[in-house]
Write a protein that binds this ligand. Structure first.
Ligand SMILES: [Zn+2]
Length: 287
């Protein structure tokens, strides 16, 4: 029996559904009654997970590399609402590296991490990218990275990671204090059973993703893709007046924020930010 990866509750998970998946594996989803996080329990062992991701065809593409790279511009535009090049950008779970190639074209110094040797090799040889090949999970990983990054991107990878809270704690030190963390995951609340397969361990909703992130980060943007039913979030580690000023500097960000940061709008967003800063200051003083 697992502990809830978000609130660490370790008892009485509610069954959500059971579904036969690939490779004869039956996927059982459970929900934490305390924080509503939905996850697979039990989880397939690491070798099976690797095999399932490596052999899955859902990530395949027949488009030319240039087109794939061009298609990532929309993700890059999202990232660059919060941070501009030059700087260092790390993508965890970079697959063939198309987003990194687009980011490099925009002036970022890029590093990718990918566990699949075929994709890592593709990104290195075809796109000439700097790629580290290693398995990623919440228990152990060795990124062999030096220095910190201005941006860390996890685009459709956090749903594959066991113990995502622990994983985020391990990734945190690689992000600069002024850095931005960008995440996109499928939304289980909207996609439901259609995304259930044994290669996803976590089934986030907007609320549970936010709950997870708010342990260590300030959520500065939540954007919803209504077509694909994906949720994107941008987070920062330190929330300063300077950061708010940077947001104000770009009217389109403020406009986007009014729709997305909280349902109550920007005033509520600022109130929450001030409260968190106070809370953090209190924690520092009380140590
Ligand atoms: Zn929980």
């Amino acid at each position: 029996m697992l502990k809830c990866a978000i609130c660490e509750n370790d008892s009485r998970f509610e069954p959500v559904l059971s579904k036969g998946a690939e490779a004869g594996f039956t996927c059982h989803l459970k929900k934490c009654p305390r924080c509503e996080f939905i996850f697979m329990d039990p989880q397939p062992d690491v070798d099976l997970q690797k095999n399932l991701i490596n052999t899955s065809t859902v990530y395949d593409s027949k488009l030319p590399d240039e087109q794939e790279t061009q298609n990532r511009q929309i993700i890059l535009d999202y990232i660059e609402r919060f941070a501009k090049p030059p700087g260092r950008l790390l993508e965890l779970g970079c697959a063939r590296g198309y987003l990194l190639a687009a980011a490099r074209g925009s002036g970022w110094q890029t590093v990718g991490v990918e566990f699949s040797s075929k994709w890592a090799e593709y990104a290195r040889s075809r796109l000439k990218l700097d790629i580290i090949e290693t398995w990623l999970d919440g228990d152990s990983f060795d990124l062999k990275l030096t220095g910190k990054f201005d941006v860390i991107v996890m685009w459709h990878m956090l749903e594959h990671i066991n113990n995502p809270k622990r994983f985020l704690e391990r990734v945190g030190p690689y992000l600069k204090n002024s850095g931005i963390l960008i995440v996109q995951v499928p939304d289980f609340a909207k996609l439901g059973e259609t995304i259930v397969g044994c290669h996803h361990l976590n089934y986030f909703t907007r609320d549970t993703l936010r709950r997870l992130m708010e342990h260590d980060y300030y959520v500065i943007d939540v954007t919803y893709d209504y077509v694909n039913k994906f949720v994107s979030m941008a987070m920062c580690k330190t929330f300063s007046v300077l950061f708010v000023w940077r947001l104000m500097e770009f009217p389109r960000i403020v406009t986007a924020s009014l729709h997305t940061i909280t349902a109550q709008g920007f005033t509520e967003f600022l109130r929450q930010a001030r409260e968190k800063i106070r809370h953090r200051e209190f924690r520092i003083k009380s140590r």
